[in-house]
Design a protein around this ligand. Structure first.
Ligand code: OOG
Ligand code: MG
Length: 258
């Protein structure tokens, strides 16, 4: 497919974001789009953001848990790109009204201290991490009712909306395959999950990201933030609430939804 067409679809999705209006999935009118096309559309979308001054800060993995694959009826992990504009501000308040129909997910995030390339072992992935933390991923599909195919959601940058991180700790101090996550609204726990729901261990999400990028001759650069994917299904954000992901022993990522 032509580069112009990738940019055309990327612009369409960016317009949806700016106008806060969802559209029908692009595969309805273009059923022949491939996963490769979808990643090219995603890349064109990130280039557009960069021309508007946004800076890449890392990646998000999506659909890495059974709960998410079930909820979205899509059965394969995917990646998206995070930019600095997506970070929830330092006072940690977040205007849900600026998005179309945001939902929130409790996650574990990694911070890379070193580059990570190609097929890596669990120990190599761990050694590349300078830290881990609790995270909240705010997703906001540009498609009506969050309904899409794998190709659609990849083109839409994995529904990336916003994110916030908790305090950063040393990865080797934790049993990554057994962290307990609680998604909390005000003081009420609304979802509970375990980090083993994320590909048995969220570090496997990082390993998979390195592998997916290697297929495109790319790699995870030192300094990158990587969201490993939601441990539970996603929850619609209501305004006026303190929303938190409390990870036992690790810390809390939180924001107030306006
Ligand atoms: C796609 C994004 C999924 C996750 O953590 O699984 C995702 C979506 O559900 O809209 O961020
Ligand atoms: Mg997510």
């Amino acid at each position: 497919m032509e580069n112009d067409l990738y940019t055309f679809f990327a612009r369409q999705l960016a317009d949806c974001r700016n106008r806060r209006e969802a559209i029908e999935p692009i595969t309805i009118k273009h059923p022949n789009l491939t996963l490769h096309d979808a990643y090219q559309i995603q890349k064109a979308g990130i280039l557009l953001r960069e021309t508007h001054g946004e800076k890449r800060v890392g990646y998000k993995m999506g659909l890495t848990s059974h709960a998410k694959q079930q909820q979205m009826q899509v059965s394969q992990p995917i990646l998206g790109v995070l930019t600095d504009r997506m970070e929830i501000n330092t006072e940690h308040s977040f205007a849900a009204k600026k998005l179309i129909h945001p939902k929130v997910e409790p996650e574990i995030a990694f911070i890379l201290g070193k580059d990570l390339k190609g097929n890596v072992t669990l120990d190599e992935a761990l050694a590349a991490c300078s830290g881990i933390c609790a995270a909240l991923d705010v997703i906001d599909s540009r498609y009506i009712d969050f309904k899409f195919t794998l190709v659609d959601v990849v083109a839409d940058n994995c529904s990336a909306g916003a994110y916030v991180l908790g305090p950063i700790k040393k990865a080797t101090d934790f049993d990554l395959a057994n962290l307990s996550l609680s998604l909390i609204e005000n003081n009420v726990i609304i979802k509970q999950g375990n980090s083993n729901a994320i590909l048995n261990n969220p570090i496997n999400s990082l390993i998979m990201l390195a592998k997916l990028l290697a297929a495109e001759n790319d790699y995870i650069k030192a300094g990158s933030i990587v969201l490993s994917g939601s441990a539970t299904d996603a929850v619609t954000i209501k305004p006026g609430l303190r929303i938190a992901n409390e990870v036992k022993g690790l810390g809390t990522a939180e924001f107030v939804s306006l």
